[in-house]
Design a protein around this ligand. Structure first.
Ligand code: PMP
Length: 360
């Protein structure tokens, strides 16, 4: 069966095995005579899927018992609002480290809810690197510190994380969750829209330290209060059942791959192929990110001028590559190489980059 060389930034490539398994169950799930989307969210069959997704996420990320795992709709973008709505007290400040457009958007929403402070930013450096920050600038009384662990648009990624025992750390991991082992204890809230490494769009995973749940005001609308999800196993209302089913299949697939250590190795190998193609091109390809901030998920680069970039993208499209255009806000080229992008697709892209250079 024809499978595109899919380098989309999200929604993005899913494992072929997952799609095949889902295909079977779209029509008849577990001999119920009903497709997975036709099951009641209160049925025992769906309940098992829901629980399996949570259990596997807990296993793969080694999530400790004092954290809740929530499934919420509204995308990562709704979390930009829910986090300050639930966690930012009236007399407190929320601190944000700006490392790209998504952290700017998160800050913009928090600004509407309460007081915010920009603790560090690499905007002046065109977001080519993860900003340096001074731990001492973040007061112990801050409501939380927010970071974006992987910057999908600029192609940068945090390698080590800030730590201050007194200030809760909230991280948008939409574009790199499940790509490498993680010490969940370093964070107090982790969130990720599923449509990159976790599954299809439609569900957002929120991992929150239980202690933080005490902060939410009872006056919040039910669907914007983390406690509604925590107290009802994310089944207060109808959850996105199909998206959660696909999430459970992707997690099973990741588990069979040997877990996050193995997945990280595979991701590093794929990223190296593309970064080597850039570094060995003698300036033909110009990487956007500084070397020590490079992302293993989104490889961003330019060619020497816009005409050549356009020609590259045109020829790449003719050769069957999909999704290599940079985000509409910055242009250039971007290859998103999430967990499910097969190694041989990345090999083909690296070879294409070398051949294009030699012909131009
Ligand atoms: N944060 C990051 C890091 C992202 O990459 C994206 C989407 N590309 C978002 C947030 C927004 O996600 P959503 O579309 O699910 O709201």
């Amino acid at each position: 069966m024809y499978r595109a060389l899919n380098f989309n930034a999200g929604p993005a490539a899913l494992p072929e095995e997952v799609l095949k398994e889902a295909e079977k169950n779209l029509l008849n799930f577990s001999n119920t005579g009903m497709g997975i989307m036709e099951l009641s969210h209160r049925s025992k069959e769906y309940q098992a899927v829901h629980d399996q997704a949570k259990t596997l996420l807990r296993k793969l990320l080694a999530i400790p018992d004092d954290y809740e795992v929530l499934f919420i709709q509204g995308g990562a973008s709704l979390q930009f609002s829910m986090i300050p709505m639930n966690l930012l007290g009236k007399d407190q400040e929320a601190h944000y480290i700006l490392s790209g457009s998504w952290s700017e958007k998160a800050l913009k929403e928090a600004d509407k809810i309460g007081k915010t402070v920009i603790s560090a930013s690499s905007k002046d450096q065109k977001y080519r690197l993860i900003p340096e920050y001074n731990q001492n600038d973040i007061p112990d009384s801050a409501a939380y510190l927010h970071i974006t662990s992987n910057n999908t648009i600029y192609g940068t990624q945090w390698k080590t994380f800030p730590s201050n025992e007194k200030t809760p750390l909230a991280a948008d991991m939409s574009s790199d969750i499940l790509s490498r082992p993680l010490e969940v204890e370093q964070f107090d809230l982790i969130y990720a829209g599923a449509q990159k490494n976790l599954g299809p769009s439609g569900v957002t995973v929120v991992i929150i330290r239980k202690e933080l749940l005490q902060r939410s005001s009872e006056k919040l609308p039910a669907m914007l209060n983390y406690n509604t999800f925590a107290n009802n196993n994310s089944l207060y209302n109808t959850p996105p059942t199909l998206a959660i089913y696909l999430l459970s299949l992707v997690l099973e697939w990741a588990d069979k791959k040997g877990g996050l250590q193995q997945i990280e190795k595979a991701n590093e190998k794929k990223a190296k192929m593309l970064y080597d193609a850039i570094d060995e091109s003698e300036g033909f390809y110009i990487g956007h990110a500084h070397k020590d901030s490079r992302s293993c998920m989104n490889v961003t680069f330019n060619l020497q001028n816009e005409d050549l970039s356009r020609e590259f993208l045109h020829k790449a499209q003719e050769a069957g590559f999909v999704g290599l255009g940079g985000h509409r806000s910055i242009g250039g080229c971007r290859a998103s190489i999430y967990n499910a992008v097969p190694e041989h697709h990345v090999e083909k892209l690296a070879a294409f980059m070398k051949a294009f250079k030699n012909n131009n």
